[in-house]
Design a binder for this molecule. Structure first.
Ligand code: NAD
Length: 497
């Protein structure tokens, strides 16, 4: 059954049941309801669908379907793969309203955020469709070697069957970042969405089929961590691309070790936003709000450690408070909503527990925002801003993954850079300054996979994404994203043969 009625919220008995798996184009359900999980509307708390869990046999079948489709898909001309990926982007645009709706009704994202996600999905498929037509991405290249008696060549081969495991915060986007380059490279895939947001992926996978992706090239298995874990140990999986927490990433890395599966890990973050004394003040406040509270702070790239020059600190805190209090934390049905709920009751409890632990160990709440409308039992949480936490306070050191920001003052650029880099993560950073020379210094010295200067968190499919340290291994998007689904191969041949 397809999840095509996201607005339904009647009695649980007649709710849609999402399949346990999609294997070679067929939806496969579980034999019984054991292990079936509820999918909630995060803005109301209501159950809106059920999700069957894939069995071990179904996971195996899905991987085998991907394996069986691999040779034909890798042999498909890059130009045809390009045409299909372009068609996916067209289908995404044509179905924009439905895709936006699904995200609003599952994750509770405000309309503007749900729209941005859909634009990102379309842009990702378009970019990799175009890359398919760039000869250098695939074609055989001569390699110059200092021996005229031989000819050396370089090839890029698809890595094989890729297991794609994604979280719930940007479900459709994260899936597109993996599916598009994998298909462009000639890989076949088994996707494991988060059990909390799988309707988003079901909607996307429907469009892949419509666009002409052959059956078996993209397969889906549904369920939680145990389904992901089983997928990562399947011997026919050649590559794992995992996005999620650093804790789960460690398990995935261990699981990949036995077969030396290729690995991309996109993990957590604890990123900094630095406001220099010469910053455009209004811009700094708006970037601080966006960096910490977009998607209710449930962003790996949340810049939840805000560093402000001490001569600007008091003025900044006053303006930041006004801006945070102005956030409209409400259901996406509220037309002026600017911040949605957290994804689940359990996640909200986790975030609240982290805040309590931070306060118990000395942190101080400077102010918080408010929930505009609590019409129902959605998983809303008011934004929280903590002032001057100690550098070992968990709110300063640990990923919270919710609407909690810490602000700390600094006196010199050297202090700011040291504080920003004082983390085992290294995903992103933002610097707000009007001094070009200092901006260059920050861009060079901040240890993060992507540094923004005076911009919101712009993401382009052309610009690779990924982090240092505990934020992961490898890069998605850009040419690096394609290469992560390719094996590099060389040949050396006696000249004239
Ligand atoms: P999570 O690690 O709990 O789960 C992520 C996905 O992995 C889910 O599909 C889950 O079912 C699966 N999973 C969990 N344990 C597994 C295991 N042992 N083996 C295989 N699969 C397993 O994370 P989450 O709560 O869904 O998402 C939040 C986390 O994701 C945050 O830490 C966030 O920073 C991170 N994230 C990172 C990026 C990035 O690009 N770096 C992007 C989005 C989210």
């Amino acid at each position: 059954m397809k999840f095509d009625s996201p607005l339904r919220s009647s009695t649980t008995a007649d709710l849609p049941v999402l399949p346990a798996a999609r294997i070679a184009g067929r939806d496969v359900h579980a034999c019984d309801a054991a292990g079936r999980s509820a999918i909630c509307n995060a803005a109301t708390g209501a159950t809106i669908a059920w999700q069957d869990t894939a069995s071990a046999a179904q996971i195996d079948e899905a991987v085998r379907a991907a394996r069986a489709s691999f040779e034909a898909w890798r042999a498909t001309a890059a130009a045809l793969r390009s045409a299909i990926l372009h068609k996916v982007a067209e289908c995404v645009e044509a179905q924009r309203a439905r895709l936006v709706d699904v995200q609003m009704h599952v994750s509770g994202k405000p309309r503007a955020e749900a729209e941005t996600d859909v634009s990102d999905v379309a842009a990702t498929f378009t970019y990799y469709a175009d890359l398919c037509n760039e000869a250098a991405a695939f074609s055989t290249e001569a390699v110059v070697v200092p021996d005229a008696s031989v000819a050396a060549e370089r090839f890029y081969d698809p890595v094989g069957v890729a297991a794609l495991i994604v979280p719930w915060n940007f479900p459709m986007v994260t899936s597109a970042w993996k599916i598009a380059p994998a298909l462009a490279a000639g890989c076949t895939v088994v996707l494991k969405p988060s059990e909390l947001t799988s309707p988003a992926e079901h909607a996307l996978v429907d469009l892949l089929a419509q666009a002409g992706v052959p059956n078996g090239v993209v397969n889906v298995v549904n369920g939680g961590a145990e389904v992901g874990a089983r997928l990562t140990t399947h011997p026919l999986v050649d590559k794992i691309s995992f996005t999620g927490s650093t804790a789960a990433g460690r398990h995935v890395m261990r699981a990949a070790a036995d077969d030396m599966k290729r690995l991309t890990l996109e993990l957590g973050g604890k990123s900094a936003l630095i406001v220099r004394e010469d910053a455009d003040f209004d811009l700094a406040v708006s970037l601080a709000v966006g960096g910490a509270f977009t998607n209710a702070g449930q962003m790996c790239s949340a810049t939840s450690r805000i560093l402000v020059h001490d001569r600007l600190y008091r003025k900044f805190m006053a303006a930041f408070e006004t801006a945070v209090r102005a956030l409209v934390v409400a259901s996406p049905q509220t037309s002026n909503a600017t911040m949605g709920p957290l994804i689940s009751r359990a996640h909200r409890m986790r975030v609240q527990a982290l805040v309590e632990r931070g306060l118990e160990t000395g942190a101080r709440v400077a102010f918080h925002g408010q929930i505009a409308a609590r019409a129902d039992d959605g998983f809303f949480m008011a934004p929280v801003v903590v002032a001057e936490p100690a550098v070992d306070n968990p709110l300063w050191t640990d990923e919270v993954f919710g609407p909690v920001a810490c602000v700390k003052s600094f006196r010199s650029d050297a202090d700011a850079i040291a504080l920003a880099n004082d983390t085992r993560y290294g995903l992103v950073a933002t610097v707000v300054t009007q001094c070009e020379e200092m901006a260059r210094r920050y861009r060079q010295q901040l240890r993060a996979g992507l540094v923004w200067h005076n911009t919101p968190q712009f993401i382009f499919a052309q610009v690779s994404w990924g982090g240092f340290g505990l934020s992961g291994i490898g890069r998605e998007l850009g040419l690096a994203g394609l290469r992560s689904y390719q094996e590099l191969r060389h040949t050396i041949t006696l000249a004239g043969c």
